[in-house]
Design a protein around this ligand. Structure first.
Ligand code: HEC
Ligand code: HEC
Ligand code: HEC
Ligand code: HEC
Length: 184
């Protein structure tokens, strides 16, 4: 099996775990009082916190951050009217980290797709993809997108990953890697 394929499978499984646990967490109900043992997936999410786009901007300013600013994702919070910004039923897909760590960041920020960054954002982790992914970084696949791009959205226009993931209205530019990926 090729290394790329193996990585893809690992990412997919991780994304499914995180997706499932996000769906399980109802923001309106306290989860602490269920009395049931935590699932592994819930723990995996709880381990990492959202740090917000300004942290990512520190190092990704010139490249991804600048082009992300021009996407619909960067403006997703402003698409809501003030009264809609108070409704969980709208906020959940127009913000980042609402139902995992209980932190609310406005708009569809970096971590909505790449996972909460408290652990992977360090220089040492970021330079080694394997370390970064162990620290919670996600290489987004379709599973990440369809948490929001689904028919629960009142404005759902359908979702085709191949098309949408190349559409500059939603995707930041990706740039050639500056450091060599660790071969192992
Ligand atoms: C399940 C996730 C989800 C929920 C819940 C959700 N949205 Fe959205 N919203 C989206 C997505 C994804 C898009 C992008 C449209 C597309 O390509 O399907 C969008 C687009 C929009 C737009 C841009 C206009 C357009 O037609 O593209 C507005 C305005 C909007 N949503 C308002 C709301 C309001 C108001 C609510 C609450 C009543 C809400 N959304 C709830 C995911 C969601
Ligand atoms: C809507 C989801 C989404 C958001 C939001 C998003 N990204 Fe990405 N990002 C992606 C996808 C998809 C890829 C491509 C992954 C791949 O090719 O394996 C990617 C790739 C990357 C890469 C790797 C580029 C390369 O050369 O391979 C970096 C770095 C990155 N994103 C940083 C960011 C930063 C910083 C932000 C916030 C400013 C951000 N992303 C916001 C989806 C997103
Ligand atoms: C946290 C929720 C969320 C996630 C995750 C997410 N999106 Fe979105 N996406 C939105 C919302 C909300 C909008 C509409 C924002 C607006 O119009 O103001 C949108 C808009 C878009 C648009 C522009 C659509 C249009 O017609 O204007 C594209 C393209 C897109 N997303 C692609 C993706 C891809 C590809 C992924 C996964 C790599 C992804 N999105 C992940 C919520 C999300
Ligand atoms: C201390 C600087 C720094 C911070 C802060 C940082 N990054 Fe990075 N990031 C890097 C470096 C360096 C690379 C490797 C770049 C390369 O190879 O071109 C990288 C790579 C990435 C990649 C691509 C990984 C790969 O190998 O495919 C993604 C995705 C990414 N960062 C997302 C983020 C997100 C999201 C945040 C905020 C939560 C963030 N980064 C914060 C320095 C940083």
């Amino acid at each position: 099996m090729s290394r790329k394929l193996l990585i893809a499978i690992v990412v997919l499984v991780a994304a499914m775990f995180i997706g499932a646990s996000l769906m399980a967490a109802d923001p309106e109900k306290p989860t602490k009082t269920t009395g049931k043992p935590d699932t592994t997936a819930t723990k995996a999410v709880a381990k990492f916190n959202y740090v917000g786009k300004d942290k990512c901007k520190l190092c990704h300013m010139k490249d991804e951050y600048g082009s992300w600013l021009t996407t619909a994702h960067a403006k997703a919070w402003e698409a809501l009217k003030p009264e809609e910004q108070k409704k969980d039923s709208c906020v959940v897909c127009h913000s980042t980290g609402k139902d995992a760590a209980g932190v609310l960041l406005t708009g569809v920020q970096c971590e909505a797709c790449h996972g909460p960054g408290s652990a992977y954002k360090t220089q040492a982790n970021m330079k080694d993809k394997k370390l970064a992914m162990n620290a919670g970084m996600i290489e987004p696949t379709k599973e990440v997108c369809v948490k929001c791009h689904n028919d629960k959205s009142p404005n759902f226009k359908g979702f085709d990953f191949d098309k949408y993931s190349k559409d500059p209205k939603g995707m930041h530019k990706t740039f050639p890697k500056k450091t060599e990926e660790k071969k192992g």
